[in-house]
Design a protein around this ligand. Sequence first.
Ligand SMILES: [Fe+2]
Ligand SMILES: [Fe+2]
Length: 154
Amino acid sequence: MAEKKSVVDTMNELLVDEFTAINQYLAHREKLKLLGYKKLACRLKEHIEDERDHVHKLMKRILFLGGEPYMSQMKPMNIGKDVKSMLESDKKLETACVKKYNDAVDQAVAEKDNGTMDVFIHNLCEEESHLRYLMAQLKQIDEMGIESYLSTIK
Ligand SMILES: [Fe+2]
Ligand SMILES: [Fe+2]
């Protein structure tokens, strides 16, 4: 039977996801700035700052528990070619993160590791707020049409 995965392994998997998210948001932010969509670019900057804070919290906790944080791994990114596909790609990424953090909370509870659970819940709540924002943007595109929406994010 495979050895049971520890919360440190889970935190390292999440760390890889966080680095991937940071880089995807960075790429999208620069594309949006180039296209002149400053308001949306500005919001993505806030997401990047949150993701960096998630990395910091996970790293500190991994080190505290005697593990080694994975600092040089990343997954393939999905860079959107236009505003809508960027938002869809980021939504996909955040949806996966929310699921992983929820599973991670369950694991920390099962291992009676409340300190790690606290980190997971903190990050989870912020991923949910990122996801809510992205979903709201996509809903606005559906409701008002892409042309009108684009005029609101300049
Ligand atoms: Fe994050
Ligand atoms: Fe996020």
